[in-house]
Write a protein that binds this ligand. Structure first.
Ligand code: GRF
Length: 206
């Protein structure tokens, strides 16, 4: 059986992308392959970081409409025969037709996941860490979930909580989220590598 091929989509700094790349390097060879990092932002920090790690980077800025943009990305995914998409701070919603097209290459299985810094369904969308802090939420956390057409609404895979110490500054509180995200995503990558989470491999002609 060939390596499971993964594409990481990221728009920002890329700390989750880096954690996944690092974890992939630690795993036994030929189990998973981070085929590329795709960014919609030409200036994203993730680009140089991924290149420094020897990972291919594809920049697909959204110059035209959403449909053309997604079609271009689907062509890239098809050309690389990608099995899973890991969203890691990718700041665009994927359309129902994009998800349907991608799932069709995997027996209808939705192999797109996202990491989000809250205990979903609480605090979906942007600024989740800040909103939870401002609400003085005593417990928040991180959710790894499948991606559907909604905003952070897909089926939950793993969650891990972060308890707030009332004396924590925002910076102290916020700093805990990234390390939990990196651990959860790394664990999931491991589960895929060791087939604890089964992969439906890319099939050109479903
Ligand atoms: C993370 O907090 C992730 O949960 C959210 O976007 C942020 C991306 O951070 N979806 P980074 O670019 O991986 O450092």
């Amino acid at each position: 059986m060939r390596s499971v091929r993964i594409a990481i989509f990221a728009s920002g700094k890329g700390s989750n992308a880096m954690a996944l790349i690092q974890k992939a390097k630690e795993l036994p060879k030929n189990l998973v392959d981070i085929s590329f990092v795709l960014s919609d932002q030409a200036e994203a920090g993730v680009i140089e970081k991924a290149k420094d790690q020897g990972v291919k980077v594809l920049t697909v800025p959204r110059i035209t409409g959403k449909r053309d943009h997604e079609e271009e990305i689907l062509r890239i995914l098809q050309a690389h025969q990608i099995d899973w998409i890991f969203l890691a701070g990718y700041m665009r919603l994927l359309s129902p037709s994009f998800l349907k097209n991608f799932a069709a290459w995997h027996g209808g299985s939705s192999q797109v996941v996202n990491i989000h810094p809250s205990l979903l369904p609480a605090y979906p969308g942007v600024d989740s860490i800040k909103r939870a802090y401002e609400d003085q939420t005593p417990i928040s956390g991180v959710t790894l979930h499948y991606v559907d057409e909604g905003m952070d609404t897909g089926k939950i895979i793993h969650q891990d909580s972060i308890v707030r110490n009332p004396s924590d500054s925002f910076e102290v509180w916020a700093a805990q989220f990234h390390s939990v995200e990196h651990r959860l995503y790394g664990t999931f990558l491991e589960e895929i590598a060791h087939k604890k989470v089964p992969t439906v491999y890319f099939e050109e002609n479903p």
